[in-house]
Ligand binder design. Structure first.
Ligand code: ADP
Ligand code: ADP
Length: 227
């Protein structure tokens, strides 16, 4: 079964705006998938529905075969999410933010602590672990959210514009890290981006979304062959 399957997804916001107009999408296990499209296309809305942050109007979404309407409580264990905006308490300590997330997934401290420490090391936050998150640079905060999203070893990692506003050097190192967990741990990764370059250098498959519709769904290789 696919890591993510979406059928006939529509979203009409409270103000009557049709943000999604019947999205169909499958992302295979182990894939590195980009949802590519301009601002306002419906990328965040799509991810919001998958993470159960946005209430859909119609359609079906399943994560590793688990319908999110009937069993989000189970589906969420497979899912790690990095939203666009910083949504952690800036006054908490870096390590505590990651450990609190482990608690949310019911991990014991004994299991979670070495995992959290490893993630902070891998993401270059080790020296900052006992400091307040508000002292981190923007790029560090972004990496903190990645560490937090990975604490429970999700099989599907979803990132909303992970490198927006990040300088080129950090962008490269984040790309390298994402490639590594996709390759070495087999984590399925879905990201949204409006940079073709990001989709092209990182991802295997790409869905192009515009005005709430998927207008292309293809491999990056095929897409590049056409350009
Ligand atoms: P829903 O229909 O899913 O309940 P709402 O229409 O109630 O969503 O909007 C939720 C919030 O998003 C409101 O605070 C609303 O003001 C805000 N919002 C409205 N329009 C936009 C927009 N174009 N982009 C982002 N947020 C918006
Ligand atoms: P993207 O992530 O591709 O930039 P979004 O999914 O954030 O696009 O938004 C898709 C469209 O839905 C945009 O036109 C946006 O203004 C609108 N929108 C987003 N949130 C809301 C909301 N809460 N209420 C009304 N319209 C919204």
């Amino acid at each position: 079964e696919p890591a993510l399957s979406i059928r006939g997804l529509t979203k009409v916001y409270g103000n009557g705006f049709h943000a999604l107009k019947g999205i169909d999408l499958d992302v295979a296990q182990g894939d590195f998938y980009a949802l590519l499209g301009p601002n306002g296309a419906g990328k965040s809305t799509t991810l919001g529905v998958v993470c159960s942050l946005v209430q859909k109007t119609a359609g079906k979404v399943s994560i590793f075969g688990i319908d999110i309407d009937t069993d989000f409580a189970r589906a969420k264990y497979h899912l790690g999410v990095v939203p666009q905006e910083f949504n952690f308490n800036q006054f908490e300590k870096v390590l505590d933010i990651v450990m609190a997330q482990a608690g949310y997934y019911g991990m014991s401290r004994r299991e979670a602590l070495p995992r959290a420490e490893q993630l902070l090391r891998d993401l270059g936050l080790w020296d900052k672990r006992n400091g307040s998150a508000r002292m981190l640079s923007g790029g560090m905060k972004r990496r903190l959210m990645i560490a937090r999203a990975l604490i429970h070893r999700p099989k599907l990692l979803i990132l909303d514009e992970p490198t927006a506003g990040v300088d080129i050097e950090l962008r490269r190192s984040m790309w390298e890290y994402m490639r590594r967990i996709n390759r070495e741990e087999g984590t399925t990764i879905i990201l949204t981006t409006h940079y073709l370059e990001e989709a092209e250098s990182l991802c295997r498959h790409v869905g192009i979304i515009n005005h709430g519709k998927i207008i292309r769904n293809t491999s990056v290789r095929e897409l590049l062959a056409e350009l």
